[in-house]
Design a protein around this ligand. Structure first.
Ligand code: ZN
Length: 470
């Protein structure tokens, strides 16, 4: 079996915390799908050697919440400055029915390429483009395109059995499915694609779009039970805004987390996107059940939703991961800008809680703020934990070889005392000298195999013209 030696890295960030967050390296050997060794290694005869001088090594990022189809509805003027509910109507809902097989595939390719070039190896896509009599298989396209690019795909099978408008008024592509059709398709996808192994390239997750709106309460329970009987995880959106709190309170007389708790939707096999607005009881419930979060700070900022209380969630025991969310509410849907924003916004939020000493506060030095290493851990090992992909997210011998190698050749990275923090602290898009996923090199010097960027760009231009004409 051929091996690859990544040699002489300036720094190796492991995805773990504290003293374990760095490895002295400076070399990493990949054998087959796995990391065989990290240390001072001597090249073997016939081995491929990649010179990593002046480069930094990270675990490939794990993105735990996305809607790839939105990669063709970025920066829509009708929704650009609106809050969540108005934006949902103005942008994703308005364009959803226009997506045919060609537009969907183009959007998926754009989103996956952007992620891969940021050093992301695993994408959990919360896809909700499903309707009765749909003429193309959006699930198959997600798996096909991820496979073509060499990335891991976790399909979070979204959808709804109810909508708020009268069904008769809706175009076919916005109509709800029956629960039988929804669950039947989850079973079909599980048989076709789901791999339970810790090193899986393909996973399926039960993920009705939004628990209080997408299904009747009894159906949510049936979904949870079916998922667990099939060995699938559960994922959805929850508690994104104060409007969400108000509406669940008026429908059910309780908080959103209490609502999902009563319908068997908490546990270490569940993670929710957003969790921006939470009361103390909800944080405790999420923590005591080990329910995870996909933290999406750029989307939450773009939509004016707020800043999720990550430090309180982390202290309560909630596994923290990072998601970019759909590009219709995050025109920078790559993992580097997302972790850069998380680092700044969580530190700013901690500062907002500070009070001066003369008013009984603890001054500026006392607030607990996140470190750059925390943010890396959320985006790597934290993502692996919420997805249950135990072989990825950490750089160590016997883990899967999911590795990002950054060149840091842009002037923004010159002058760093600790080059390891460059991608998180400086942001931008560091040159990607290499991306390995499951031991396969999928990116070489910023080029992803099998993708013609010029062609994709002109496809995107044509697609946007079609969408804007309607
Ligand atoms: Zn979302």
């Amino acid at each position: 079996m051929t091996t690859t030696l990544i040699r002489n890295a300036a720094a190796i960030v492991t995805g773990q915390r504290g003293a374990a967050s760095r490895s002295a390296g400076p070399d990493i050997r990949i054998r087959g799908n796995f990391i065989e060794a990290i240390g001072q290694l001597t090249p073997e005869p016939g081995e491929r050697v990649v010179d990593a001088t002046d480069c930094v090594v990270y675990p490939a990022w794990v993105n735990t919440h996305h809607h790839l189809f939105q990669s063709l509805i970025k920066g829509d003027a009708h929704g650009l400055d609106l809050p969540l509910t108005a934006w949902l109507a103005a942008t994703p809902y308005r364009f959803r029915a226009a997506f045919d097989e060609g537009l969907f595939r183009t959007a998926v390719r754009i989103g996956l390429l952007e992620l891969a070039l940021s050093g992301c190896g695993t994408v959990a896509d919360h896809n909700y483009l499903y309707y009765p009599g749909m003429p193309f298989d959006s699930s198959a396209i997600l798996f096909e395109e991820a496979e073509r690019m060499g990335l891991r795909m976790v399909l979070c099978r979204g959808g709804a059995t109810k909508v708020r408008q009268l069904e008769a008024e809706l175009p076919q592509a916005l109509r709800p499915e029956s629960l039988d059709a929804f669950l039947g398709d989850v079973q079909r996808l599980t048989k076709l694609y789901h791999d339970a192994s810790p090193n899986a390239m393909r996973r399926v997750v039960m993920a009705p779009t939004t628990p209080p709106y997408s299904m009747a309460p009894a159906e949510l329970v049936e979904c949870a039970r079916t998922a667990r009987s099939l060995g699938l995880r559960l994922h959805s959106h929850l508690s994104e805004t104060v409007g969400y709190q108000d509406s669940v309170h008026s429908m059910h007389g309780m908080s959103p987390v209490r609502f999902v708790a009563e319908h068997e939707w908490l546990g270490s096999d569940v993670w929710f996107a957003h969790l921006v607005k939470l009361d103390a009881e909800e944080i405790a419930l999420l923590g005591s059940t080990g329910t995870g979060i996909a933290h999406c700070p750029q989307s939450n900022g773009r939509l004016g939703s707020g800043i999720a209380p990550i430090l309180a969630l982390q202290a309560a025991g909630v596994p923290i991961s990072m998601g970019v969310d759909g590009a219709a509410s995050n025109e920078a849907a790559d993992m580097i800008s997302e972790v850069h924003a998380a680092w700044l916004m969580q530190r700013a939020a901690a500062g907002e809680r500070n009070q001066p000493v003369y008013r009984g506060g603890q001054g500026e030095g006392e607030s607990t703020a996140v470190s750059a290493d925390d943010v890396v851990a959320w985006g790597t090992s934290g993502g692996a934990k919420v997805l249950g992909l135990d072989a990825i997210g950490t750089l160590a011998p016997s883990m899967a070889a999911d590795i990002a190698l950054y060149a840091l050749d842009d002037p923004r990275y010159f002058g760093l005392h600790d080059v390891a923090v460059g991608p998180v602290a400086s942001g931008g898009r560091p040159g990607l000298k290499g991306l390995w996923v499951n031991g396969q090199r999928v990116v070489e010097d910023d080029v992803l195999r099998g993708v013609d960027v010029g062609e994709l760009r002109s496809e995107a231009r044509g697609a946007v013209r079609r969408l804007m004409v309607g």
